[in-house]
Write a protein that binds this ligand. Structure first.
Ligand code: ADP
Ligand code: MG
Length: 731
């Protein structure tokens, strides 16, 4: 008998060598192997004889390879293979399939699945572009018991098709055999980690049955359900995975809430202080999210809230309003920005809006002179500074606060749940998991946790926020400030740049400013930076000699950066040539035009972030996506989406579709739990159900669930989290 935790190398047919190949696919234990699901299924229950085939039907045919070869027509190469059963023959063709050249050998047995059609002369039937699998080799003609088993796994059933591993060394057929063996050696009863009440709510089948049927479906199973992963077996496995992720997130959320927080008072004084600073009427959405934030702040446990809103939706002022509540209660606030430029930008706005109302605001960044840094730190430790704005580097510098009440984190990119957990663990002895700590907390260990407000610049498809930010409450600003005209976006080849530069000149003549963005993705890439500098020289001396052009990139001296930014902000530069350092948060309302060079090289989310820098004032804004060179099909879809819509949520959805969740979140480093069997796009509804059930479980014990059942589920959850995410500890 094998146990799910058994290493795969002890399974018959797998040794240490193949175990290594499997490890590269993330398969280490029997359990991992059994979670390696078929990516499709083929109905080979009733393979047809060639003689029975009718044009127009989909059919499975098992036959022997006779001849094969590649021939070229005027339009494209065509690969043709003829398979036979006794004296009948069937032609199969694949277009543009040079890769099939050496695939088949006469005498091999192949399973073919595809559409039966009349051939172009109308005389014979053929299979056009069939899917195929070689299921028997030409020389393996003995009929040992093993081969009989193999054959019985290939024909007369719904057959699972697996992705091959080890550059094709481990083919689908190989997986079929070892997984079959593994299933036969599994104990007949596996413990079910999902609590009985949840199993009942979701009508889940047992783990053993699910494993069996997900690999070897019953003959009556619906093909459609199989292909869309909606059979009871699939649902059981996917739900289980999602349930334990959500259980971990929910537990974390509850733990945070159980800590002692600060119950801020939102009295008339605070209310009128907020009203006083507002430079404009807040939008309905801004009012609503402030209410959500304020009501968290009034509660006696720590706030953990995510504020989500498209670029330009006006998150900053909401953050300032929340900060005022904390400051009016006598607490300090830390505001962390992802870059120095953005920290500076926040500092300028804070000075304009808050300092003039009497609040003491300081800026603390890594590039400040040591003396000034020390002095600023002293102000913070003494409690003189009320609002401290800095980069995330604040974390490393261990800033000590006299009375820290609130931390606002303005995120550059999606900062995933796992990262946040790590940060919290790292700075456990510090405060709030933000790395910021207050002096008070050291003297009195029971000091309350500050509130945390995380602001994200990128919209995240709503259901995915459940996973990525599952430990936070979410507020969404879904309305733009009034008076914005939409941005007109066009995509042109850089051959037409003279027209584009003419347009920039017109904007300048009308008193407006332009960003020209150059793709320097890696700021430390010398060559890319050079290209950007060259572009700058070209624009400033040759193309726009009459205009004032500035340059901004990540490797410039911070003081110089600041100077350039300030000039642009004051309108003293007509054009700012910049790398993606301006992606986040830069706010100059008079900039009405953006030209993005080599737009095809940027990701969709990044393009949208960049474009968000314009369209911030009342004047009509223009975004020109300039392409240089060949654009891939996916690139076309990205650019097309940008031209079509300004809606960040729509763009995020499409981005997710184009790239898949892993890439969308920038791999696991982004702190996104990775999944074995679940797919966040396909399984949204199950994800929501998993969340609901996890919440219900943690609300127990009650008539539905006992403490022992809850404990068992939590134990299982911890083991899984530990296995999948290592460092992360929940519960
Ligand atoms: P983001 O959500 O991208 O951080 P900001 O907070 O920078 O957006 O706001 C974008 C611009 O819109 C700023 O210039 C800000 O002053 C302005 N703004 C924000 N809210 C309003 C409002 N309710 N009415 C008018 N302008 C607003
Ligand atoms: Mg912002």
């Amino acid at each position: 008998m094998l146990q799910p935790s058994t290493s795969v190398q002890y399974i018959k047919g797998i040794g240490p060598k193949l175990a290594e190949v499997l490890a590269a696919k993330g398969i280490q234990t029997l359990d991992d192997l059994l979670h390696y699901l078929p990516f499709r299924y083929e109905d080979r229950l009733n393979p047809k004889s060639i003689a029975e085939l009718r044009a127009g039907e989909m059919a499975t045919v098992i036959a022997e390879v006779r001849t094969s070869g590649l021939f070229r027509t005027r339009r494209m190469p065509i690969f043709q293979m003829t398979a036979g059963q006794g004296r009948t023959r069937l032609k199969c063709i694949w277009f543009n399939a040079t890769y099939l050249k050496d695939k088949f050998k006469p005498g091999q047995i192949v399973a073919l699945y595809g559409k039966v059609e009349d051939d172009y002369r109308g005389g014979e039937l053929q299979l056009t572009q069939p899917q195929f699998e070689i299921i028997g080799e030409a020389d393996g003609a003995s009929d040992s018991a093993e081969q009989k088993l193999a054959a019985s796994l290939e024909i007369g059933r719904i057959v699972p098709i697996y992705e091959s591993a080890g550059q094709g060394r481990l083919a689908s057929r190989w997986f079929r055999r070892v997984i079959h063996t593994a299933l036969e050696n599994l104990p007949p009863e596996l413990p079910d980690p999902i609590p009985p009440v949840v199993r009942r709510h979701m009508s889940l089948i047992s783990p053993h049955e699910a494993l069996q049927k997900v690999h070897w479906p019953d003959p009556g199973e619906s093909t459609e359900d199989l292909l869309s992963s909606r059979t009871p077996a699939h649902i059981r496995m996917i739900f289980e995975e999602l349930f334990f992720v959500e259980l971990g997130l929910e537990l974390k959320r509850r733990e945070q809430k159980a800590q002692t927080g600060i119950a801020f008072r939102l009295d008339d004084r605070a209310r009128s202080a907020i009203k006083k600073i507002l430079p404009f009427h807040p939008t309905g959405a801004q009012k609503r999210v402030l209410k959500e934030i304020a009501s968290d702040m009034e509660k006696p446990f720590p706030m953990r809230r995510l504020l989500q809103g498209d670029v330009g939706s006006g998150k900053t002022i909401v953050a300032f309003e929340a900060a005022i509540i904390a400051m009016e209660n006598g607490y300090q606030v830390g505001l962390m920005a992802p870059t120095e430029i953005l920290a500076q930008q926040h500092y300028f706005s804070a000075r304009r809006i808050l300092e003039s109302a009497g609040y003491r605001v300081v800026l603390l960044t890594g590039s400040m002179e040591d003396d000034r840094k020390r002095q600023t730190r002293r102000h913070i430790a003494r409690g003189d500074a009320q609002l401290v704005i800095g980069t995330h580097a604040l974390i490393e510098q261990k800033v000590e606060f006299a009375k820290l009440g609130m931390v606002i984190v303005d995120e550059q990119h999606r900062f995933g749940v796992l990262q946040r957990f790590k940060l919290m663990k790292k700075s456990n002895e510090d405060h709030a998991g933000t790395g910021l700590r207050s002096v008070a907390s050291e003297q009195a260990p029971a000091a309350p946790e500050p509130d945390v407000l995380v602001m994200t610049a990128t919209p995240i498809p709503r259901t995915l926020a459940l996973t990525l930010y599952g430990d936070l409450d979410v507020s969404v600003i879904d309305e733009m400030p009034p008076g914005r005209t939409s941005i007109v976006t066009r995509c042109v080849s850089d051959e037409r740049s003279p027209e584009v530069w003419d347009f920039v000149r017109k904007q300048a003549a009308a008193g407006h400013q332009t960003y020209v963005v150059y793709p320097v993705i890696e700021e430390n890439e010398e060559s890319e930076l050079k290209a950007a500098m060259k572009m700058y020289k070209e624009l400033s001396s040759r193309i726009f000699p009459e205009l004032r052009v500035g340059l901004l990139h990540g490797r410039m001296e911070p003081s110089l950066k600041e100077q350039v930014m300030r000039l642009f902000q004051k309108g003293e530069l007509h054009i700012l040539v910049a790398t993606t350092v301006i992606e986040v948060g830069v706010d100059v309302a008079n900039a009405t035009m953006m030209v993005i060079e080599h737009a095809e090289r940027f990701g969709l989310a990044q393009l949208h972030q960049l474009r968000g820098r314009i369209g911030r004032g009342a004047a009509k804004s223009y975004c020109v996506l300039m392409t240089g060179g060949k654009v891939s099909e996916e690139g076309e879809r990205r650019l097309d989406a940008m031209v079509r819509t300004n809606d960040g949520f729509q763009i995020a959805e499409l981005d997710l579709e184009l790239r898949g969740p892993g890439e969308f979140f920038g791999t696991r480093q982004a702190g996104m739990p990775s999944f074995q069997v679940a797919n966040l796009i396909r399984d949204r509804q199950l994800l929501e159900a998993a969340k609901r059930e996890a919440q219900a479980v943690l609300a127990g014990p009650n008539a539905e669930i006992t403490q022992a059942e809850i404990d068992a589920a939590l134990r299982h959850m911890r083991t899984r989290w530990h296995k999948s995410y290592g460092l992360v500890e929940v519960g």
